[in-house]
Design a protein around this ligand. Structure first.
Ligand SMILES: Cc1ncc(COP(=O)(O)O)c(C=O)c1O
Length: 393
């Protein structure tokens, strides 16, 4: 393990690759040949190390898992074919019929949909609370709860949840209750949630880990004991949500530049948020780096910088927000985030359309809300594009 994040992100754990290859080769194989029946039996029985079949493990994917575990300073990591694969496989590993989840009210739309629409079919209920309200959270956990789930910064409102305060409060009431955080917006470059007391951190690696808009992937990190269960139950048996070796290779490549990309995303987002906060056609800006953001003090405590995501409400609500995004020229109108290009979207009608109008209101997802993933263009060019679109309103 290297002292500095940048170095660990560049240099592979475990040393040299075959033939002195600088990069890990893509082991594009579904299965692995055994020397004899005895060896096959031993591998299945866990008595001999070695590969069996790529749904269980694959060398290229394994290197990526080891690298992300090292970045999060976690004992282990399990890779998935999508962020939703990581979310659903992890939750289904630990939840059974009759269990209750306590989740924050602001979540990525598909995670919200999984909890509110799919889990009830399997007898799993969810109590949605505001995890910033510790008393409400404690009351919900005290009613009986297997797992607490939240995002910080949350998609799309940039709500900041105090990771350490939540983990301590939950574990004090019930040490067996798992605390799970979606760390996609922060990445381990900005926040290491396992150090702050959570049991499992999840990622959509589609976003900043990839960084180039060409991969769909997910990760779970945590203790060896928890990750063994996620790998052997949630990934192997329930979802089969396996990352391909080629996508693992692309992620290993993307991660080499994660630190310097994150610095640039954070710098750009701060400048864009400052600009938006002074604009008379903007109602509110949601960016944890602004002193006016309600989560600013907590963000300062648990994040190294404030991230690359900015949300804001356009005055005049949904019609003007939609006219605004339609008028942008440099920023691409697209969901997803963390790519090199600046992406803009309208959460109420896109990523968070699974919420009903009432649920959107409760979560603070208004029709006027616009979400911006600030890319790696020069911040002045991004601001110039925003300016010309505001001028057309
Ligand atoms: C916070 C968060 N978690 C999970 C996901 C799901 O990730 P994926 O699209 O890779 O399945 C997303 C997708 O946008 C997200 O924003």
């Amino acid at each position: 393990m290297y002292e500095h994040f940048e170095t660990g992100a560049l240099h592979d754990v475990g040393g040299k690759h075959p033939h002195g290859s600088l990069n890990m080769p893509i082991y594009q194989t579904s299965t692995f040949v055994f020397d004899n029946a005895a060896q096959g039996s031993k591998r299945f029985a866990g008595e001999e190390a070695g590969y069996i079949y790529s749904r269980l493990a694959n060398p290229t994917v394994r290197l990526l898992e080891e690298k992300i575990a090292a970045m999060e300073q976690a004992e282990d990591c399990v890779a998935f074919s999508s962020g939703m694969g990581a979310v659903s496989a992890t939750l289904l590993t630990f939840l059974s019929q009759g269990d209750c989840v306590v989740a924050d009210s602001v979540l990525y739309g598909c995670t919200f949909s999984l909890m509110s629409h799919v889990f009830p079919r399997f007898g799993i209920s969810t109590r949605f609370v505001d995890c910033c309200d510790l008393e409400a959270l404690k009351a919900a956990v005290a009613q009986g709860c297997r797992l607490v789930y939240f995002e910080t910064p949350a998609n799309p409102t940039m709500k900041i949840v105090d990771i350490m305060a939540v983990s301590e409060a939950v574990h004090e009431i019930n040490p067996d209750c798992l605390v799970v955080v979606d760390n996609t917006f922060a990445t381990p470059f900005l926040t290491r949630p396992l150090h702050l007391g959570v049991d499992i951190a999840l990622h959509s690696a589609t976003k900043y880990f990839s960084g180039h808009g060409d991969v769909i992937a997910g990760m779970a990190v945590g203790s060896q004991a928890l990750m063994d269960q996620v790998r052997n139950v949630g990934r192997k048996d329930i979802t089969g949500s396996v990352l391909s070796p080629h996508d693992a290779f692309l992620l290993l490549r993307g991660i080499k530049t994660l630190a310097c990309r994150m610095q640039a995303h954070c710098e750009g987002a701060q400048q864009v948020a400052n600009y938006l906060s002074r604009h008379d056609k903007v109602e509110t800006v949601y960016f944890p780096g602004l002193p006016t953001h309600p989560g600013h003090a907590v963000a300062k405590k648990q994040m190294n910088r404030f991230g690359g995501m900015v949300a804001f409400e356009v005055k005049g609500g949904e019609p003007l927000a939609k006219r605004f995004v339609d008028s942008l020229k440099l920023c691409s109108l697209a969901v997803s985030l963390g790519d090199a290009e600046t992406l803009v979207e309208h959460p109420a009608s896109m990523t968070h359309a699974a919420y009903t109008k009432m649920e959107q209101e409760a979560a603070g997802i208004s029709g006027g809300l616009v979400r911006l993933s600030v890319g790696l263009e020069h911040p002045e060019d991004i601001i110039e594009d925003l300016k010309q679109a505001f001028d057309l309103l």
